[in-house]
Design a protein around this ligand. Structure first.
Ligand SMILES: [Zn+2]
Length: 168
């Protein structure tokens, strides 16, 4: 039986030379063995890192075509239009790709409260590892400090349950 999912998969330019990939103007992304590339998403205004995710070819194509961030959800194994449930859509202001074209940088303006994290915070990076200047910290005793003091929305009220269950 014919696999129709393959024929409808988005087609990017093929990668023919290092010069083309690193010095040229062709978008010729490289997806890993699982068909994914890494995406780092920052706030277009503040420059703060909001999240790190992955895209498959379809997510990358839809992001380009709609100018709204789409990702691949590894926990749910499905295409994920960011904000589909919460309304916190990430409007793409700029999309960059790195030297070997296996990582994307999205600069976004987020709708609504501006939150990007399903836990309710503005950024997924709402905690830092505490590294006091005058103390030696061991890996086993390292602790986290909250950088964001309050959630910008209540995830339970928005989702009912957790949209991207964290794997333990
Ligand atoms: Zn998050």
């Amino acid at each position: 039986m014919m696999d129709t999912s393959l024929s409808s998969a988005p087609v990017f330019r093929s990668r023919v030379s290092i010069e083309q990939v690193e010095e040229g103007t062709d978008l010729a992304p490289r997806f890993d063995a699982s068909g994914l590339l890494t995406v780092v998403t920052t706030d277009a205004e503040s420059g703060d890192v909001m999240m790190v995710g992955v895209m498959n070819a379809e997510a990358l194509a839809r992001t380009i075509e709609t100018r709204e961030a789409h990702y691949w959800s590894r926990s749910r194994q499905c295409l994920w239009r960011k904000g589909a449930t919460s309304g916190l859509i990430q409007h793409v202001i700029e999309m960059r790709i790195d030297d070997d074209q296996d990582a994307v940088w999205l600069r976004v303006r987020t709708a609504g409260t501006g939150a990007n994290c399903h836990v309710g915070y503005r950024s997924c990076f709402y905690r830092r590892v505490d590294l006091p200047a005058d103390e030696v910290v061991s890996a086993s005793s390292a602790e986290l400090v909250f950088c964001e003091t309050h959630k910008t929305f209540d995830p339970v009220a928005v989702y009912g349950d957790v949209p991207n269950p964290t794997q333990l």
